[in-house]
Design a protein around this ligand. Sequence first.
Ligand SMILES: [Zn+2]
Length: 375
Amino acid sequence: MKWSLSLGRVSGIKVFIHWTFLILVSWIILQNALQGQTLEQIFWAVIFILAIFACVFLHELGHALAARHYGIQTQDITILPIGGLARLQNLPEDPKQELVVALAGPAVNVVIAACLFIMISILPFSQENFDVMTIDSRTFLYTLFFANLILALFNLIPAFPMDGGRVLRALLSFRLSWVKATRIAASVGQVLAIFFVVIGLFYNPILLLIGFFIFLGAQAEASFSEKRSLMQGFHVYDVIMKDFRTVSVEDELTDAVELLLNGQSTVFLVLEGDHVAGTLSKNEIIKALSEYGKHVKIGDVMNRQVETLSYDMPLEKAYQQFQQKRLMVMPVIENGSLMGIVDVENIHEFIMIKHAVGAEKSRSKAAEEPYHYSS
Ligand SMILES: [Zn+2]
């Protein structure tokens, strides 16, 4: 994810922290200082927020390790001010796996809460002037205990993108097709979202935000599952364009502009000799044109990130690569030779056409879109 600082690896999974998280911590320090809190109080407020996010991280790690148990790797875990995000490389294959992976996150918070409960019962705390609303060395464990219970319960709300939404879909999938189960789970989520928004309007603006968040999450999940089901059974060779234009690293930008104006293509492969050195999309051409003028060498302004697809790769997997790498076009290479290109717009058109003819297939067995677990 952009704007993230790397914290290293845990169990081989890359861990990032989004820089906005630092703003959150600074804001807490500032808020507390403005309210005339002592240094000790500020210290505990910061320790508390760090502890919460450590719990959020462990929650994500729970999803990641449960997924690994089924042979599904996790690309990375990012800690955001609104929670955590684990990007799984595949989707769990059957409802039972999805159920276990979805429940693993909240289960971690339940375990942490249980450990804290034991610690609280054993440690000799003085009950004098005990106020859970101010965090200090005595109330810290109590507050963290409640925070973990809330994390577990909140994530079990049966609505996408919460874990509870996935739990609901998994339970429905035991009986229904995956697409149908997603649709029902998404609708349940949206009804809940509207409920949150209405309650939020009258009582609490945070609920309002949560409501919008759930509504959009449910919509995204439904459209994603629809796309996946439409791509199923198709391969890169179904969408490959064998008739495509190339430019050379030595060409000037104006040559690409010519091609753009005179033809149908909006993305080009940039060749250096006979190998693909980069790509150039319409937007990149326009941007480079305004920044460097039309006589700049294409080799200096092209997108150097080149990812290749293979001819018989499943379409879902190819689409997943486009999304992960944020590329517009990829060359298809088979046995070392360039077979053609796939442009992300082709895939979108393909999906639209399939959608129009109503080609719907049943649940996928091996979908490989990154699967976002948020908490
Ligand atoms: Zn979760």
